[in-house]
Write a protein that binds this ligand. Structure first.
Ligand code: AHR
Length: 613
């Protein structure tokens, strides 16, 4: 029986409890959420991003053409361009199988060109079967200028190519093709199906832009002087303003990131889906296997100032320096930033914390209303985690970002993880978690775990599954919540779990107790009522016993299979005071709370962990 006292007031659950964590991993941005259809649009791909890259990756030149990075460039941050000879053309192959277009839909094309005199540019959209839209022509004249045209797709295709041909020699850069239909119709906007799937989760917050890519790589500014030093930590100032003036970066995950999806777009997206924006800035310590801490005080101060400027960009009046930039980009109203993370998963807790304290002091002095979030290092298993938590507690930090990726067993066994957290200490932001897989059992174990998060909503304030997105042809990390290619997207089983919780956030926990149902103790604690499962590695013995202690069913988990799923159940009766199985349980089938034949006998399930395994 489940006893619920509706009058008892459990923890309040914030509307922001469940959110999403967007990181540009698995091509989540370019070739993903960012709706741009042209890959390597500004010819900036380089071997520094990925050994296989050149400035012409995803491009084919017909005739004569070469890329250059010289004084003739478009601007200091968009350096490489293509010099195309007279009568030549260049074709882009997009992402996955190509450029995906839908019959009847409009696509906005643009290109920056520089010519001596004038030339005619012919723009075509084709696939192997021929034309996908009527070709367009524009006349380019003189110095760098942007030329635009619109295609209307006459057929649906997932293998399209866009080509620019020139009559006379011309320099080209920023060749772009955008679907007219972006999420909420935003210019430079987001791919509709992906943004809609995220929106359908009704997220309370959006954590961005990472992850490891935030704080790994050089901390240097992206400037002409540091000339092209690739793999910089993610610096928000690189990502705003006109897209053709934004830097590109060598993403930690092994590809080039365009920053077309930048801080303005993140804030706008969060606002569009009614979620709290939660940016994370680098803390001058690199985690994710690159354990380095920068001692350059000047650099540290610049990053701290950048963070203050970020808050001004988000919240400042239009009369302020950075508030004005936000307004110029189209959003005079503040974005209402309230929470900000400093650092991500640092392996050097002491070094991190010394720097975090400086960020926090500077932010609190100017913006005391902002919640500054610290973190607990890479996982929950070692001294890094304990040291980090110790430092965070001592310093009375508001909130600590925890991350863990574990087996489904772990999630089932740790439902009570937060029951014992110190209520007087920092609150928890579970910024990244996932059980290792996209199968139903993973989604189920996460659901079971999330009941524990919710029960502890007084201390666990925010939680986000990770990672959010993966392009099926460019995977660096799996499992992921939402998968896609160039024309389709689909939510995983884990997505459905998140959606269930995120779209049904209660106001308060109603304390409850359960008795007289089959209960599970030991390593598979909490699993009954959903289904139970175990692995040969962890358990040698699962027993079902009657109330008198009689063993009704046991499984020693010997055999070849790595896992058994126990969802069904045999039937039992009492004869002459003994439990007798009247209907044999199917192979690998043991007990489920939904099986009424069990409930008559007040059964219990016991699981014991085999020592030494
Ligand atoms: O979510 C994938 C990665 O996992 C993140 O970049 C990092 O923070 C964690 O290690």
């Amino acid at each position: 029986a489940i006893t619920v006292d509706p009058k008892a007031k459990g923890a309040k659950i914030d509307d922001t409890m469940y959110g999403v964590f967007f990181e540009d991993i698995n091509r989540a941005a370019d070739g993903g959420l960012y709706a741009e259809l042209v890959q390597n649009r500004s010819f900036e791909y380089s071997t520094a991003d990925n050994r296989s890259y050149t400035p012409l990756t995803s491009w084919t030149v017909t005739g004569t053409g070469r890329t250059a990075d010289d004084d003739g460039r478009l601007n200091e941050r968009n350096r490489t361009y293509l010099s195309l000879g007279a009568g030549s053309s260049v074709t882009n192959s997009g992402y996955n199988t190509g450029i995906s277009v839908e019959r009847g839909k409009k696509y906005d094309f643009s290109v920056w060109a520089r010519v001596d005199g004038r030339t005619r540019l012919t723009l075509t959209l084709t696939d192997s079967e021929g034309e996908l839209a009527k070709a367009r022509k524009v006349t380019a004249r003189g110095g760098w200028a942007k030329y635009e045209a619109t295609f209307t797709a006459s057929r649906t295709s997932t293998t399209g190519r866009v080509t620019v041909a020139t009559d006379q020699a011309a320099a080209l850069d920023m060749v772009s093709l955008f679907p007219r239909d972006t999420f909420k119709g935003r210019e430079n906007g987001l791919r509709e199906d992906l943004a809609e799937k995220i929106d359908a989760l009704d997220p309370g917050f959006v954590r961005f832009p990472g992850g490891c890519l935030v704080n790994t790589g050089s901390m240097e500014d992206y400037s002409a002087e540091s000339n092209w030093e690739r793999k910089r930590s993610y610096q928000w100032k690189d990502t705003i303003g006109p897209v053709e003036e934004r830097a590109t970066n060598a993403n930690f995950w092994g590809y080039n990131q365009s920053y077309g999806l930048g801080y303005y777009e993140y804030f706008q997206f969060a606002e569009d889906i009614g979620a709290m924006p939660l940016p994370v800035v680098p803390a001058l310590v690199t985690g994710c296997g690159q354990n380095r801490a920068t001692d350059d005080e000047e650099l540290l101060q610049r990053h701290i100032q950048d963070t203050l400027d970020l808050i001004e960009f988000a919240n400042g009046p239009v009369t302020s320096e950075w508030g004005r930039k936000r307004a110029q980009m189209g959003h005079p109203k503040p974005f209402g930033l309230t929470h900000l993370g400093v650092g991500n998963e640092e392996n050097l807790p002491v070094e991190f914390f010394a720097r975090f304290e400086k960020f926090r002091a500077a932010i609190e002095a100017e913006y005391p209303e902002i919640t500054v979030i610290s973190n607990s290092g890479p996982d929950d298993s070692g001294t890094t985690f304990d040291t980090a938590w110790g430092l965070n507690r001592e310093a009375d930090v508001d909130m600590v970002d925890e991350h863990y990726y574990n087996s489904p067993q772990w999630f089932l066994q740790n439902n009570d993880r937060y029951d014992s957290y110190d209520r007087s200490g920092p609150k928890v932001f579970l910024g990244e978690y996932a059980s290792q897989g996209n199968a139903f059992k993973n989604a189920l174990s996460e659901a079971a775990f999330m009941t524990g998060l919710e029960r502890n909503a007084d201390i666990v304030k925010l939680a986000s599954y990770a990672p959010l997105l993966a392009n099926e042809d460019y995977v660096q990390w799996s499992p992921d919540m939402i998968w896609f290619n160039n024309h389709a997207s689909w939510g995983s089983a884990n997505y459905e779990t998140q959606k269930l919780f995120m779209t049904n956030v209660g106001d308060r926990v109603v304390p409850s107790t359960a008795t007289s149902t089959p209960s599970v103790s030991g390593p598979i604690s909490g699993a009954v009522g959903l289904s139970t499962w175990a692995t040969t590695a962890a358990y040698d013995d699962v027993k079902v016993t009657g109330e008198d202690g009689t063993t009704l069913l046991s499984d020693d988990f010997s055999g070849d299979a790595a896992q058994w799923t126990h969802t069904g159940g045999g039937s039992w009766t009492v004869q002459d005071g003994q439990y007798v199985q009247t209907d044999e349980a199917a192979e690998n089938t043991m007990v489920s709370a939904g099986d009424t034949s069990w409930t008559n006998y007040d059964l219990s399930v016991k699981a014991t962990k085999k020592s030494g395994k």
